[in-house]
Ligand binder design. Structure first.
Ligand SMILES: [Zn+2]
Ligand SMILES: [Zn+2]
Length: 125
């Protein structure tokens, strides 16, 4: 049933407790589903509301330059600044503008970039 690959950023394989799907509302396009790594907070590509497609997208890997998106291979990446609940600190993450995947969170832009570039080779388990 659960055939998810390890997180490409942190190598987390504990999918039962650590990777789950969640929904966001994308205005006119209905629900978008992502897989989320609870450990590093990376998110897989945004997918239509279909578990199979979301799983397929999470499991897609492209080898190559670590500046590129590990899921779709796009180099069209950007940094997002998120304000934490209480407003004192910022958290950052790199995201892929093509597949809408997000890298691990960082407390600084540099940390977010470093975590995005850190890649764990995919292993079939
Ligand atoms: Zn992870
Ligand atoms: Zn991508």
């Amino acid at each position: 049933m659960n055939n998810l690959k390890a997180c490409p950023f942190c190598g987390n394989t504990d999918h039962k407790s650590s990777v789950s799907s969640y929904m966001t509302d994308a205005s006119n396009n209905g629900k978008i589903i992502h897989f989320l790594c609870i450990k590093c907070k990376a998110e897989g590509p945004g997918s239509p509301d279909d578990f199979e497609i979301a799983q397929y997208n999470w499991n897609k890997r492209t080898d190559g330059d670590s500046n590129h998106c590990p899921f779709c291979g796009s180099s069209s990446i950007n940094i997002q600044e998120n304000k934490k609940d209480k407003g004192e600190a910022f958290i950052y993450s790199i995201f892929c503008t093509d597949c809408k995947a997000f890298g691990p969170l960082g407390f600084t832009e540099e940390e977010a970039k470093d975590r995005w570039k850190k890649r764990v080779p995919s292993t079939e388990s």
